[in-house]
Design a protein around this ligand. Structure first.
Ligand code: MLT
Length: 416
């Protein structure tokens, strides 16, 4: 008789975003005339940059000609893309990262989960709370946790609470942990980390033989020049960090799919016999075995991000979403609602008014304003009482959503 991976039975009912979609669909079916505005999942709405489209159209034509047709590409990504990434995203910022340390992939979410293939089963794993749920769920699936308690916290994980009290940046744990997930600019809180804060993490990781998984999917939203974009801007990070990057949010590739993971060749972890093993070699082996690379056409589109026109176009896209975030912050603040983030990040982290629970606020916004956000408790127990609003939408929709929310809450405050 075939058996299943029982770890899946430990997962909470649904992944957060499908659960939101289920509730929204039920509401939409019952209220077919409602004009629902979705500021929940961080999915982009604006068209792909022209430079990327032009490059992909050219690549399609090449695929239609026997002399320029391409079959399987390198599993790690084409050298011309990896070289541009290394030069532009790392070397230009003073990071010692070479092209062959970059692995092009079809998404950061996939890489964040897949990276666990090359790590052992006995590592102590730390996540912030709240946190991007993929880090937790992939560890549950891999059997790295026990069961969840009634707060949704899994036995075996070390939760590092982040809140307004610690500026939504995790404090270094007093105990020893082996794998640490950090995400800056942060999803879901929109918080950022200073160089000093990341230096403290790198120093901790090096002192304890830990590896930091640094998710920098939102680095393009950093406008404050003092903030680091990459963990590799921090001294010593080559010895203790893996970084995940994506073209999803800066260039609108959520549907096009292209990302990359940086694994320095200097990074090692222990084998069962106590020897040091190069993680780059393991990840290279893993990718070569389980992955056939991103399509040529899409990689040409990603390459165009680094052209002069591409750079100007992605800057404009990011600025557009940041302006949405500013509007959300200002309008909600004016309505007397406390907000965080949304300055160097596309997410605004909202304190739910009137002590409403995260899901109660979700239902209120959906039913009263026909606006969808993401309940903070979906990101972890410490997210209870918070709510995430994404700035990824059209200007018109963001303005209309804010008009509806502020009208509701201003009218409500006037009654109280
Ligand atoms: C989010 O809303 O948190 C993101 O869309 C998740 C993702 O990028 O996978």
């Amino acid at each position: 008789m075939a058996t299943i991976n029982d770890n899946y039975l430990k997962l909470k009912a649904g992944y957060l975003f499908p659960e939101i979609a289920r509730r929204v669909n039920a509401f939409a079916q019952a209220n077919p005339d409602a004009n629902i505005i979705r500021l929940g999942i961080g999915d982009v709405t604006e068209p792909l940059p022209e430079a990327c489209r032009t490059a992909m159209i050219k690549a399609v034509e090449e695929m239609g000609d026997r002399t320029t047709f391409r079959g399987y590409g390198p599993e790690q990504g084409y050298a011309w893309l990896r070289e541009k990434i290394a030069a532009h995203d790392f070397q230009a910022r003073g990071c010692d990262i070479s092209a062959d340390e970059i692995f092009v992939s079809d998404g950061s979410k996939c890489d964040c989960g897949n990276i666990l293939d090359i790590f052992g089963d006995t590592n102590t794993i730390a996540v912030t709370d709240p946190v991007y749920p993929v880090y937790v769920d992939t560890n549950v699936m891999a059997g790295h946790t026990g069961e969840a308690n009634e707060r949704g916290e899994y036995a075996g994980l070390v939760y590092l609470p982040i809140s307004a009290d610690n500026h939504f940046t995790a404090q270094i744990p007093s105990e020893k942990v082996d794998l640490i997930y950090l995400c800056f600019p942060n999803n879901p809180t929109g918080a950022t980390a200073t160089k000093e804060h990341l230096q403290a993490w790198v120093d901790y990781a090096r002192a304890n033989g830990s590896i930091i998984f640094f998710d920098a999917a939102y680095e393009a939203f950093i406008t404050d020049p003092s903030l680091p974009h990459s963990i590799f801007e921090i001294e010593g990070a080559r010895d203790c960090a893996i970084e995940f990057r994506s073209f999803s949010k800066n260039a609108g590739f959520t549907g096009t799919r292209c990302a990359f993971t940086v694994v320095p060749k200097t990074l090692t972890a222990k084998a069962a016999d106590g020897s040091d093993v190069e993680l780059w070699a393991l990840w290279n082996r893993r990718q070569s075995t389980k992955f056939n690379g991103v399509s040529y056409i899409v990689q040409r589109g990603a390459e165009a991000v680094y052209s002069e026109a591409g750079q100007a176009q992605i800057k404009a896209l990011v600025a557009f979403y940041l302006e949405n975030a500013r509007i959300i912050r200002e309008q909600l603040t004016a309505a007397g609602i406390a907000v965080y983030g949304g300055v160097n990040a596309p997410y605004v982290w909202v304190k739910t008014p009137d002590g409403l629970s995260s899901w109660d606020f979700f239902d209120k916004l959906l039913h009263t304003c026909n606006v969808v956000g993401t309940p903070g408790s979906g990101f972890g127990a410490a997210g209870e009482g918070y709510f995430r609003i994404s700035a990824f939408n059209s200007r018109e929709n963001v303005e209309e959503a804010m008009r509806r929310i502020t009208e509701t809450f201003n009218a409500h405050s006037a009654l109280n």
